[in-house]
Design a protein around this ligand. Structure first.
Ligand code: PEP
Ligand code: MN
Length: 339
């Protein structure tokens, strides 16, 4: 739609789409609104819409991931989590422990993240663990402790839903619901996320291609939730010097195909504390919209992923250095724009 299109004009286009037997998707943008069409089995004639008031252009989307595609919406999507914009000019840092362990531990983690310059708090209350004998998370108690940490620090909370059964409980407490790598193709969970009104952080499956990743995001948008943040967290390769191979080349690749913001998880992406800072800097330099990083008040005592968790000083250093890289790049871009 044109930037100045009125809401009645948007409505009229949606009515025509519905009258044709298809489903309209209003995807709001900062400048313009895009309206996606799904439910059609063959091509729809752009002429159906081209002459309608408020319409800027009607385009056929060639990609299978229609709503996620930049063809549908050329401008970047900005997703707001507890008021924090992700996908805009400024990078966003989300920090916190792998798991919520105790009330004190998550409160202390939140203070560390806030003091270090982070904007969002992470922490799992439901944990997808490889072994059924490993710590599985505190469940609803964990969610309550996260909410207490938000009350004290004002940090928005990002926490994982591992199944459809507990999704509702998680979304009640969370500011952003994470879908983990192991669930990237759990289609019933993706559909449930699509019916949520909370933003979704979708992590890339550990052996998924970019197209599979974008198709997973498409499930969420197709059911009506357009606030999806992509997250690269490393993929399985033959390399064994790290837990996973952080695929930073997916950042510009995803940005060229999709309008959704993409952030990077250097903690699961490397699995080693000493690799987290350098790969964070690389992720920001590559254009990621932010990072989700594991940080723990006492990493060596953590109940999960301690070996890849930063201590408070390391997190503060990472936040400082990442901001410096981001500001340097932004200043240079401004200079080129002026020249
Ligand atoms: C996590 O964020 O703690 C987590 C389990 O992530 P992933 O799904 O990427 O393994
Ligand atoms: Mn973890």
């Amino acid at each position: 739609m044109k930037a100045q299109a009125r809401s009645e004009e948007i409505e009229r286009v949606c009515e025509r789409i519905t009258a044709l037997g298809f489903k309209p998707h209003i995807i709001p943008g900062e400048q313009r609104t895009a309206i996606g069409i799904t439910g059609n089995s063959g091509p729809v004639d752009p002429a159906e819409f081209e002459d309608m008031p408020g319409v800027a252009e009607a385009i056929r989307v060639s990609k299978a991931y229609k709503l996620v595609s930049r063809e549908t919406k050329p401008e970047n999507t900005i997703v707001r989590v507890n008021g924090v914009p992700i996908g805009g000019e400024e990078i966003v840092l989300c920090g916190g422990p792998c798991s919520v362990e105790t009330r004190e531990q998550i409160l202390e983690s939140a203070r560390v993240v806030k003091a270090g310059g982070g904007q969002l708090l992470r922490g799992g209350a439901y944990k997808p663990r490889t072994s059924p004998y490993s710590f599985q998370g505190l469940g609803e108690d964990g969610l309550r402790y996260l909410a207490a940490a938000r009350d004290e620090t004002g940090l928005g909370i990002v926490t994982e839903a591992i199944d459809v059964e507990t999704f509702e409980l998680v979304e009640r407490y969370a500011d952003c619901v994470q879908i983990g790598a192991r669930n990237m193709q759990n289609f019933s969970l993706l559909r449930r996320a699509g019916r949520s009104r909370k933003p979704i952080l979708l992590k890339r499956g550990m052996s998924s291609t970019l197209e599979e990743f974008l198709m997973a995001a498409e499930y969420i948008l197709a059911d009506g939730n357009y606030n999806v943040i992509l997250c690269e967290r490393g993929v399985r390769t033959f390399a064994d010097h790290t837990r996973n191979t952080l695929d930073l080349s997916v950042v510009p690749a995803a940005q060229s195909l999709s309008h959704l913001p993409i952030i990077v998880d250097p903690s699961h992406g490397t699995g080693k504390r000493d690799k987290v800072l350098p790969m964070s800097l690389a992720a920001i330099a590559a254009g990621a919209s932010g990072l989700i990083v594991e940080v723990h008040p006492a990493p060596d005592k953590a109940l999960s992923d301690g070996y890849q968790s930063l201590d408070p000083e390391q997190f503060a250093e990472l936040a400082d250095d990442c901001r410096a890289i981001s500001e340097l790049l932004r200043a240079r871009h401004r200079m080129t724009a002026v020249r």
